[in-house]
Design a protein around this ligand. Structure first.
Ligand code: HEC
Length: 415
């Protein structure tokens, strides 16, 4: 034990310290003291002496009970918390398990049992032993230092009801104490130094700041924008109009359009090709090359995009339409036949617009079908219409002659 230099105050008795020769006499003396009715005394020895605790008449410590209580509390708190949050306050079905499932709740329960058990063990040891105790009047006795090497001592506290300077000393001598002395309180009150107290107060004050700040930010009138500990999109790095940007040579944050690019819905010059319009009216001519190749392409695209509703021949009897009638869909409108006079008389530009933007109940297809292909489809639709209203002039000359001679030979097969 460290030597503590203290002037003792001889007017303030703290207790009596008796020294003994052996562990046996120490045990004997503590039995004697207990039988004489003393309660507030303590035996000190440099090593554990078996049976000493019992001879002093001390009861078993209640620490195990405290630890058990802590564990039990942890168990109850964990189960109650999980039951309340998962099954009552915010029922949440996970993998079809019951809302309150004991096996699923064991890990947290286990952890809390251990946590509260350990905390009560720690706290219990501190409280039951009157810790932390920074100073004891016995530290003032020179002899007492030997308690950790080869001395056996009994200290009787002045707080004991039976304490009496002479009587207690006599009793201890009779109980074969080799030396009996009175020990005193130190002259100066042992206090925690001021600077430690000041530091502690400062720490406590600082610890109050974060919760105070949180409460302030949460309940005080909102500032614009809010204050963010972790900044969110209010504070994203971005340029506002008319700002300076070091990124570009001309230092303008607002950028002109990149040369050569076209916005999705920009106004474009070639209205004939892109919108099917000439001078604001539906175009009469097809702006792409009319070849067998585009015709074939148009038929292929038509079969893919239009035939489901309009039918392969354009009569408005595609499978979608048939199904809708079979199911008696109340909202279904039969696609108009291309051979209807109102469609036959349309300029190609109008059919192109119908394909691009839709018409009444038909949806537009400009995002699915490229412009070139839309015109190819128009071409094919025109060809379909032609196929039913063809005149003899539409047949190539050679074929016409051939057909005419065939008809002359066999009038019955002409039609
Ligand atoms: C989802 C089914 C559906 C598809 C696919 C479809 N249409 Fe239509 N179309 C209709 C319906 C329905 C109408 C009749 C609209 C009405 O009268 O309300 C119609 C009408 C039309 C008309 C007549 C427009 C008018 O002015 O009366 C044309 C021409 C036409 N479609 C062409 C096409 C072409 C070409 C395609 C392929 C790119 C196509 N449609 C794809 C359902 C469809």
């Amino acid at each position: 034990m460290d030597a503590v230099e203290t002037e003792t105050d001889t007017t303030r008795v703290a207790g009596i310290l008796a020294e003994f020769e052996t562990a046996e006499t120490l045990k004997h003396a503590s039995t004697g003291l207990r039988e004489a009715g003393y309660k507030r005394f303590e035996a000190y020895s440099p090593f554990p002496v078996h049976g000493l605790y019992e001879t002093m008449g001390r009861r078993r410590t209640i620490l195990p009970l405290l630890v058990f209580g802590g564990g039990l509390a942890g168990c109850m708190i964990a189960l109650l918390l999980q039951w309340w949050t998962n099954a009552i306050d915010y029922p949440y079905l996970i993998s079809g398990k019951p809302f309150f499932s004991l096996p699923a709740n064991i890990p947290i329960t286990f952890e809390l049992i251990i946590l509260l058990g350990a905390l009560s063990a720690f706290g219990g040891v501190m409280v039951l032993n009157n810790l932390p105790e920074l100073f004891h009047p016995l530290f003032g006795c020179d002899k007492f230092r030997r308690a950790t090497t080869d001395g056996f001592f009994i200290g009787v506290d002045i707080g004991d009801k039976k304490f009496d300077e002479t009587e207690t000393a006599d009793l201890l001598r009779r109980l074969s104490a080799t030396d009996v002395q009175i020990y005193h309180h130190p002259q100066t009150e042992q206090r925690i130094p001021g600077y430690i107290m000041a530091a502690a107060a400062l720490i406590v004050a600082l610890a109050l700041l974060p919760p105070l700040g949180i409460a302030l930010f949460r309940y005080a009138p909102k500032s614009q924008p809010r204050i963010h500990l972790v900044s969110d999109m209010d504070h994203q790095p971005k340029y506002l109009p008319q700002q300076f940007s070091p990124l570009f040579e001309d230092t303008r944050a607002m950028r002109p359009p990149v040369p050569g690019t076209v916005a999705v819905d920009a106004v474009i010059d070639d209205t004939h090709y892109l919108l099917g319009q000439v001078d604001g009216k539906p175009a009469d001519t097809i702006p792409i090359a009319v070849t067998t190749e585009t015709m074939r392409r148009g038929r292929e695209r038509y079969d893919i995009f239009c035939a489901t509703c309009h039918g392969l021949a354009g009569d408005g009897d595609g499978i979608t339409s048939q199904l809708a009638f079979e199911r008696e869909e109340p909202k279904w409108v039969k696609p108009l036949s291309y051979y209807n006079e109102s469609v036959v008389s349309q300029p190609v530009g109008q059919i192109f617009q119908t394909i691009s933007d839709g018409v009444r109940t038909m949806p537009g297809y400009k995002y699915q079908i490229p412009t070139e292909d839309r015109w190819a489809i128009v071409l094919y639709v025109r060809a379909l219409q032609r196929s039913r209203s063809a005149t003899i002039e539409d047949v190539p000359e050679e074929l016409r002659k051939h057909l005419q001679s065939e008809t002359a030979k066999n009038p019955n097969r002409a039609r």
